[in-house]
Design a protein around this ligand. Structure first.
Ligand code: SF4
Ligand code: SF4
Length: 180
């Protein structure tokens, strides 16, 4: 008989007692004082954001849990979480929050704070590098369908110099450098 796999339970950080000494009491205020954090404290943990999120079912920490973790001061867990980087920025959560908590934008703030601390996943650094070097995230390649469509076999070169210059003047450089 085939073994049935138990569904993964909630992360241990949410089931074990929280060590108060490990909480950063200033984290809540830090996010709250940012332009997107004004309504943070209004969250009443209804989970509507999670219900609206198209990918929350594969996340270890669900959107409403991340918001709760921010309120509790679980700075390390939030800023080291994969979820803030996996967010699709579709704004479904934010649109539906009955308390007007800017969930998506708060995750942006978390990403910025994580980046300041060098906590950036390698794949994000790879994408930033592509953007910096080529001015685009995905290289446009020639495709056999071009012929069928009566187009030249090679994709004409795109002018990305201006974009590359802008990126060099921003902190995209810093992100790439931090991963090297
Ligand atoms: S939908 Fe809004 S109020 Fe409800 S849990 Fe999410 S952030 Fe909190
Ligand atoms: S913005 Fe991010 S957290 Fe919100 S619903 Fe979309 S994927 Fe989920």
């Amino acid at each position: 008989m085939a073994e049935t796999k138990e569904p993964a339970g909630p992360p241990v950080t949410l089931t074990e007692p929280i060590e108060m000494s490990k909480l950063d009491v200033k984290f809540r205020e830090e996010i709250h004082s940012m332009p997107n954090g004004e309504e943070l404290s209004a969250c009443f943990a209804c989970s509507t954001c999670t219900a609206a999120c198209p990918i929350a079912n594969i996340w270890k920490y669900k959107p409403h849990q991340l918001i709760r973790m921010i309120l509790l001061g679980m700075r390390d867990e939030v800023l080291s979480s994969d979820e803030i980087w996996l967010c699709l920025t579709c704004f479904q959560c934010q649109e539906r929050c009955p308390q007007k908590v800017r969930v998506t934008d708060i995750f942006f703030d978390c990403k910025n704070l994580a980046a300041e601390e060098g906590k950036i996943p390698a794949n994000i650094i790879g994408l930033a590098k592509e953007l910096l070097e080529k001015g685009q995230l995905y290289t446009v390649t020639a495709d056999w369908e071009r012929e069928d469509m009566g187009l030249e076999p090679e994709v004409p070169g795109l002018s990305v110099d201006a974009l590359k210059n802008i990126l060099k003047e921003t902190r995209t450089n810093k992100i790439v450098d931090s991963g090297e």
